[in-house]
Unconditional design. Structure first.
Length: 313
């Protein structure tokens, strides 16, 4: 089947990122009205012809998560009913990813439920960045491109090439930290922690040498920042010269920004997978790296039926 014209569309979650992607691709955003009725129901109307087109909808499912997820599904339904040729959901931040398996009796697997929503709504493909759990790709019976934010973040981190150590905030993130450490020629350390309840964790000690070094705590997301800030204190107690945080998704809910401001971190490097709130924008510590180039290349390669694997590092 011939591939139709490339079109980029966005909901209300992160229109700035979608505009940046269009700048990289040399195209314009396809108009899409997203509004609400007086009772809060979401209203969507596609503003131009998409019949047979190859459409990419940029919409992270960030806060308010339920609203943006529903908005994405309604946009997908509108496209399907407008006889779109192929539709790819570009979801840089995949919400509900932390509930990817049953951890207790009578608990849901919400990440699977979200995959069902998107599939029924009509996607042909999913593009995402740094999934919280890689196995979520298996919840879809369609192509999933789980890109890594490493190209955007490594460019910034390479300026700190002396006495550098990459720190995983828990055992689950060791593989990610090792990959960054290998590319930067840096050391590797792990924070041993004990989690008492959701969004609460107590860092205990450090496995590895951080004394006199610049420690970069690497994670896929920063939510309430409790875990990552506790890690900073432990690293400083173990003799780290400087501590920085690096994460793909700046969820930054609740008291996260205040905690980061009061923490020992000199800098917090994140991407624009999620738009920053007003408090975060005013923070002197938070620096944002753009994913527009990475996502633009992925969209171009998918549209032209080229290899996407060249983007994986």
């Amino acid at each position: 089947m011939a591939i139709g014209e490339l079109k980029i569309m966005t909901g209300s979650a992160n229109p700035e990122l979608a505009s940046e992607i269009c700048n990289h691709l040399g195209c314009e955003l396809t108009p899409c009205l997203t509004d609400t009725f007086s009772d809060g129901e979401i209203r969507v109307e596609i503003g131009s012809n998409v019949r047979g087109a190859d459409v990419f909808v940029v919409q992270p499912t960030c806060a308010p998560v339920n609203f943006h997820l529903m908005e994405l599904c309604i946009i997908l339904d509108a496209l399907k009913r407008a006889s779109v040729g192929r539709v790819t959901a570009v979801v840089p931040y995949y919400g509900y990813a932390r509930q990817d398996r049953k951890v207790a009796p009578r608990a849901p697997i919400s990440a699977k439920l979200v995959s069902d929503f998107l599939t029924v709504a009509g996607i042909d493909r999913l593009v995402t960045v740094d999934l919280h759990a890689g196995q979520i790709q298996g919840f879809f019976n369609l192509p999933v491109d789980n890109l890594y934010a490493a190209p955007a973040l490594l460019d910034y981190l390479r300026q700190y090439d002396e006495n550098l150590v990459i720190v995983s905030p828990d055992a689950g993130g060791v593989e990610r930290a090792r990959a960054y450490a290998k590319r930067l020629g840096a050391g590797l350390a792990i924070i041993d922690k004990r989690r008492d309840a959701p969004n609460q964790a107590k860092a205990m000690n450090v496995i590895g040498d951080v004394k006199g070094k610049t420690a970069i705590v690497l994670d896929d997301m920063i939510d309430t920042a409790g875990t990552i800030c506790a890690g900073a204190e432990v690293l400083m107690e173990n003799g780290a010269k400087e501590v920085m945080a690096c994460a793909t998704h700046p969820v930054l809910s609740g008291p996260a920004v205040e905690r980061l401001e009061k923490s020992s971190y000199s800098k917090v490097i994140v991407t624009n997978s999620i738009p920053l709130g007003e408090k975060a924008k005013q923070s002197s510590k938070i620096q944002v790296m753009s994913l527009a180039s990475l996502l633009g290349k992925a969209i171009h390669n998918i549209h032209t039926e080229s290899s996407v694997s060249v983007l994986f590092v």
